[in-house]
Design a protein around this ligand. Sequence first.
Ligand SMILES: [Zn+2]
Length: 140
Amino acid sequence: MLNDQQTAQLKQVLVDAERRVLQSAQSALELTREGPTDGGRDSIDQSNSEELVSTALRLRDREQKLLTKIREALGRLAEGVIDECEMCGGPIVFRRLLVRPVTTLCIDCKERSEEDERRAPPTENLPTGGADAAEDWPES
Ligand SMILES: [Zn+2]
């Protein structure tokens, strides 16, 4: 079980991550808005730009998935089960949760599932988790 301080810390990480995802969606929106600025924007391209905005509002797939995971993790956190492994029911160590709060597997189960993945033929090149691996959270 996590103590109050750990719970609060994890919540902060998740809320920050959620905000980051939303902000990146927001900046995509602003880029679209700026568009090619060639003088006066009149009513002719008004409907066109509204369409662009609504397109940009829709989060990209990856962001949407991440957002779902973050919200699920917040739900598990609220229920007090965020540190319970989905596969074996064992504890997920806090340090692991802090790095990857959207995980639902303990390190043992994660390694086992990665071994299974390695045995299977590679489907695509997964992004290598760099220094900022938190950006690439989506995992099984
Ligand atoms: Zn496990």
